[in-house]
Ligand binder design. Structure first.
Ligand code: NAP
Length: 307
């Protein structure tokens, strides 16, 4: 019987692990499909406080893990494939092996939706990014492209004009999903060029291991052409990793956990932390803060229950 199981090993899960481990609760962290979470896909992180020179994303999460292990947290590989949250203790299946826990912190995060091109996947962290806040700074005076037609794409394009020499916004249709106000703001920004009815077909150059350009395709005419680009930002939405909890945890229409105040979910003893609930901020530091909140709630609850 575990005191607390933490699902996910990104910033939220690792911070929850540090706090619950220091409270002597011997947390078990189930790493999940993407060990280390979204930071494991980035290179340099310059906005996590405490690292004046910046730190490599994978190093940052690995440091957090080592910090949690120092206080007794246990990490194991694998994914939760089934969960029974109908009564306590909760029962979780890690790829077929069932474990029991008094409390649960769901820090399984969200994954960026990608175009799915092999060249795009190869160049993530080398010019392809899903986070303008994280990586925009690296593209000072560079040529930037943003893909998407929702609020995220508008927001990222606007934000990136602070850095880039030019920002091309590529969208697959001729109408936008973005809200009027966000769209207007982008339209009024003279640095943003709209490229409509267009898809990114290929990202160059996997041989140099850095983004140098893209091949675009007009979806109405079929015409293709190449364009030089230094930074390609994919802003076509995120997918929260909550499928395994569907039907038990309150989720919104996009699958994000609905908060019931603080780090609480609709189920007593189950807490949320990080991007699995947060579609707004999505930062390493906010996820870490949320992990801390969830850990403190677990600690107080177990204390009250006399464990
Ligand atoms: P979204 O609203 O789902 O928009 C995704 C966009 O990506 C759509 O324009 C979609 O095109 C496009 N897309 C999806 N798959 C694609 C593919 N395979 N190839 C090319 N394009 C693709 O996602 P979001 O912009 O991340 O926003 C998510 C939610 O957060 C929304 O509710 C949004 O309002 C909210 N949000 C709010 C703010 C804000 O208010 N400050 C900022 C960011 C996000 P189609 O339109 O053709 O489907």
């Amino acid at each position: 019987m575990h005191n607390v199981v933490i699902v996910g090993s990104g910033c939220a899960g690792n911070t929850a692990a540090i706090y619950t481990a220091r409270a002597n609760l011997q947390p078990l962290v189930v790493k999940g499909r993407e060990a280390g979470g979204q930071l494991s896909l980035t290179t340099e992180v310059e906005n996590f406080p405490g690292f004046p020179e910046g730190i490599n994303g994978p190093d940052l999460v690995e440091n957090m893990k080592m910090q949690a292990e120092r206080f007794g947290a246990v990490y194991r590989d694998g994914e939760i494939v089934e969960a029974d949250l109908s009564k306590r203790p909760f029962r979780l299946s890690i790829e077929g092996e069932w474990i029991q826990t008094r409390t649960l912190i769901v820090a399984s995060g969200a994954r960026a939706r990608w175009l799915g091109l092999p060249s795009e996947q190869r160049l993530i962290g080398h010019g392809v990014s899903s986070c303008a806040t994280c990586d925009g700074f690296f593209y000072r005076d560079k040529k930037i492209m943003v893909v998407g037609g929702g609020d995220s794409a508008m927001e990222e394009a606007n934000f990136l004009t602070r850095f880039g020499r030019e920002v091309a916004l590529v969208h697959r249709r001729d109408a936008f999903r973005a809200s009027k106000i966000m769209l207007e703001r982008a339209r009024k920004n003279p640095k943003i060029e709209f490229v409509m009815n267009t898809a990114v077909d290929e990202v160059y150059d996997v041989h140099q291991n850095i983004v140098t350009g893209v091949r675009l395709r007009n979806l109405a005419t079929g015409e293709t052409w190449q364009r030089d680009v230094d930074g390609l930002f994919i802003a076509i939405g995120h997918i929260p990793n909550t499928a395994v909890f569907r039907g038990q945890l309150d989720l919104d229409e996009d699958g994000y956990i609905v908060s019931h105040g603080g780090a609480r979910t609709n189920i007593k003893g189950v807490f949320h932390a990080g991007d699995v609930q947060d579609r707004v901020y999505r930062q390493a530091i906010t996820a870490s803060g949320a992990g801390c909140m969830a850990a403190i709630e677990v600690e107080r609850m177990l204390e009250e229950e006399g464990h």
